[in-house]
Ligand binder design. Structure first.
Ligand code: NAP
Ligand code: ZN
Length: 350
């Protein structure tokens, strides 16, 4: 089946309209008419091949929401018309240790990404959600219980939501804990909302003075302008956990020194260029850790969506037609996004 999409033909080319092929739904597949797709900084890193290894044509998009338009004959958990989501993964081996623990993102054979992943389907790599339809194995489809009129703002939960929810849960964000969130972009603004909803004392770190009031409105108890050394020094040795979502290379010591003994700085940003090597003494004296975290498993993604539906949490979005994607990338690159662009996939028909 042919479907309209937006993608890039090379790392130095703008995104453009294209027709792509989707497989007919197999016995365990779900076919989704995509309503909206969030725009993650990973889309930009991939399209521009900042991490290397991008295959073209590249159709990004892994914050997909929409409605089921067909199901395979072995599918029991979903039916035509259901409101569903798809995040960063569309397949994994299903039998390694990580998959059997519900941690498909750490599949020992490598999970199949929603875009730029290996697939037998044409053209040999997966094509993502900047498209009218997608066909996905039902194990990687999530149920959405938010009200229908919030659907566009639910889309970013599928990546930005789970990527912040999972480490906050893993490192025990909750009442009595002081938690920092660094970078108020797509991931960071969700991190603030989620850490606040989990009951942690939440501190936002931003390089943008203009985001100060918004950070409070998102749920931050305190806001620190990270360019201001005195402001930073006031928090030395006080954090249980800091979640760093920054998409560019920067000095990590500025944050490890804010951790308590046994505190953890968890990195989720994947910048194009490496961070300067951290000060090891600061880790040793205080048994502090620098860690990383990758999205979240499918069961935990469903748990996060249900947690957000229960707490009335969605992303703060700016809706765009697909034709405005290059402009959105340029603004995202300049940290000028409040706080997630979401594509109205209806615009692809134009
Ligand atoms: P984003 O919307 O562009 O937000 C990043 C934020 O980082 C910016 O809004 C800005 O916030 C801050 N920032 C940007 N440049 C900076 C600099 N030079 N110094 C300090 N702060 C800077 O990006 P995103 O979509 O949230 O993604 C963030 C990163 O996470 C990307 O690298 C993405 O690829 C990665 N990611 C990782 C995972 C995972 O599983 N680990 C999943 C999804 C995305 P302020 O204006 O507040 O300073
Ligand atoms: Zn993402």
């Amino acid at each position: 089946m042919k479907t309209k999409a937006y993608g890039a033909q090379a790392s130095d080319k703008s995104l453009e309209p294209m027709d792509i092929e989707r497989r007919p739904p197999g016995p365990h597949d779900v076919q989704i008419d995509i309503a909206f797709c969030g725009v993650c900084h990973s889309d930009l890193h991939t399209v521009r091949s900042e991490w290397g290894g991008t295959q073209y044509p590249c159709v990004p998009g892994h914050e997909i929401v929409g409605h089921i338009s067909a199901v395979g004959d072995q599918v029991t958990g979903f039916k035509v018309g259901d409101t569903v989501g798809v995040g960063c993964m569309v397949d994994s081996c299903q039998h390694c240790g990580s998959c059997s623990e519900g941690l498909e993102q750490f599949c020992e054979s490598g999970f199949v990404g929603t875009y730029n992943g290996k697939t037998p389907d044409a053209p040999g790599h997966t094509l993502g959600g900047y498209s009218q339809q997608v066909v996905v194995n039902d194990r990687f489809v999530l149920k959405i219980h938010h009200p229908e009129d919030q659907l566009a703002a639910v889309a970013p939960l599928l990546c930005a939501g789970i990527t912040t929810y999972s480490p906050l849960r893993h490192w025990g964000a909750g009442p009595g804990k002081k938690v920092g969130v660094v970078g108020i972009g797509g991931l960071g603004h969700m991190g603030i909302k989620l850490a606040h909803a989990m009951g942690a004392h939440t501190v936002a770190f931003t390089t943008s003075e203009s985001k100060r009031q918004d950070a409070h409105d998102l749920g931050a108890d305190e806001v620190v302008i990270s360019k201001n050394p005195e402001d930073m020094a006031r928090h030395a040795g006080s954090f249980d956990f800091i979640l760093n979502t920054v998409a560019a290379s920067h000095d990590l010591d500025a944050y490890t020194r804010l951790l308590k003994r046994d505190g953890t700085l968890c990195l989720v940003g994947v910048p194009e260029h490496a961070h300067p090597s951290p000060n090891i003494g600061q880790l040793i004296f205080g048994r502090r850790a620098i860690a990383g975290s990758l999205i979240g498993g499918i069961a935990e993604t469903q748990e996060m969506l249900d947690f957000c539906a229960e707490h009335g949490i969605v992303a703060d979005i700016e809706m765009i037609p697909a034709q405005k994607i290059d402009e959105a990338y340029d603004r995202m690159q300049r940290s000028d996004v409040k706080y997630r662009f979401v594509i109205d996939n209806g615009s692809l028909a134009a």
